[in-house]
Design a protein around this ligand. Structure first.
Ligand SMILES: N[C@@H](CCC(=O)N[C@@H](CS)C(=O)NCC(=O)O)C(=O)O
Length: 215
C-alpha cells in the first residue's frame, strides 16, 4: 500500500502548495500532473472522471483518490512513516487538537475569508464585485488571526511546540494568503510564519509549485 504510486494533480495555487509541502516534509516520491486552475485543464472529461469537483489538488495513491487539501495532507500523515520532528499523534484527544486547528484554518481563514477576498477582489470578472463582503471578510480574517496568535504565542516554535504538524501547514498557507491580500498580521503570526516558511521542505515545495509562475 505505502509502496503504491503517488500522483499529485495540480500546481500553482496555495492549496496545491499544502500538498507539495506535505509530500516534501515526508520525503515522498511522486509524479506530478501540472494542471492549473482557470486554464480549462480542470474541466476535461479525463480530470472530471478522477475528481468530479473539478478542482485541484487531487492525490492518487494506487486505487485511492483523495481530494480537499486538508484531507489529503491528513491522509499522508496517517499512511506514511512519520519523519523525525513531525507530529502525528495517535491518541484521540491529541488528534482532536490537531484536527481543531486544521478545521479552524480551513473554515475560519480559508473558506470564510480568503475565498471571499480571492473571488470578489481578485477575480471580480468571474465572481462579481462585492466590496462590502470583501471588507467584512478582511475584518473577520484579522479577528480570527488574533485568536490563533494567542495559541501561537503560548505554543512554542509551532502550534504544538517544537514538532511541526499538518495544522501548521494549514495555518501557514492561510497566513501566507492573508499577506498576499495585504492583510497586516499580528507580530506573533509574522514570526510564526517566518519560522514555518524557513523549513527546507517549504522552500523545495514552493520552488516546485510555482516554478515559472511567480517570484
Ligand atoms: N476546498 C478545496 C478547494 C480547492 C480549490 O478551490 N481549488 C481551486 C484552485 S486553488 C481550483 O481548483 N479551481 C478550479 C478551476 O478554477 O479550474 C481544497 O482545499 O482542496
Amino acid at each position: 500500500m505505502a509502496d503504491d504510486k503517488l500522483i499529485l494533480w495540480g500546481r500553482g495555487s496555495g492549496r496545491t502548495m499544502r500538498v507539495r509541502w506535505m509530500l516534501e516534509e515526508f520525503g515522498l516520491t511522486y509524479d506530478i500532473k501540472p494542471i492549473q486552475s482557470r486554464t480549462g485543464e480542470t474541466q476535461t472529461d479525463t480530470y472530471a472522471a478522477i475528481n468530479p469537483k473539478q478542482k485541484i489538488p487531487t492525490l492518487q495513491h494506487g486505487d485511492i483518490v483523495i481530494t480537499e487539501s486538508p484531507a489529503i495532507i491528513s491522509y499522508i500523515a496517517d499512511n506514511f512513516d512519520t519523519p523525525q520532528g513531525f507530529y502525528v499523534p495517535e491518541d484521540p484527544q491529541s488528534r482532536a487538537k490537531v484536527n481543531e486547528w486544521c478545521f479552524f484554518s480551513a473554515m475560519e481563514l480559508d473558506a470564510h475569508t480568503i475565498y471571499i477576498i480571492r473571488r470578489h477582489e481578485g477575480l471580480p470578472e468571474i465572481y462579481g464585485q462585492a466590496p462590502d463582503a470583501v471588507a467584512s471578510a478582511r475584518e473577520y480574517y484579522l479577528k480570527q488571526a488574533n485568536a490563533v496568535a494567542a495559541q501561537v504565542a503560548t505554543g512554542g516554535t509551532y502550534l504544538f511546540g517544537e514538532l511541526f504538524s499538518i495544522a501548521d501547514i494549514m495555518l501557514a498557507t492561510c497566513l501566507n494568503a492573508g499577506l498576499r491580500y495585504n492583510i497586516e498580521l499580528p507580530k506573533a503570526l509574522d514570526a510564526y510564519l517566518a519560522r514555518a516558511e524557513s523549513r527546507p521542505s517549504y522552500r523545495r515545495a514552493f520552488d516546485l509549485n510555482y516554478e515559472g509562475l511567480r517570484t
